[in-house]
Design a protein. Sequence first.
Length: 128
Amino acid sequence: MLGDRWGVSDDETRRRYPCDDFVPAPNLRAWRGVSVDAPPSAVWRWVAQIRLAPYSYDWIDNLGRRSPQRLVNLPEPVAGEAFTTAGGRRRGRILAVEPVLPNRGVPPGLTGTIVRAMVGIALGPGPL
């Protein structure tokens, strides 16, 4: 499908992600990737902050409200919380959290659902 992947390798599209446990046979798979020159522990705080705003096209997804540009001291996300806030309303639900834990061998990540879509965010050193 045209546009099903941006910024990810073929290997990254073939690997298993935590959200695969929730939807074993999805109708559509789409991947979005970005490289960040920082350790997963630093990036995780920003990923966990998705609960405050969508961090996408604010003029569309957040009714023109700007997503926070600075870190807020939020507690760790937990399953059952709202996945994000858009347009002043809480949206979606966090289904699973894999926090940053040293020497664990599991990349940190967040799995949630919003608008009938499953969203999985996985962090790791270099291309996963």
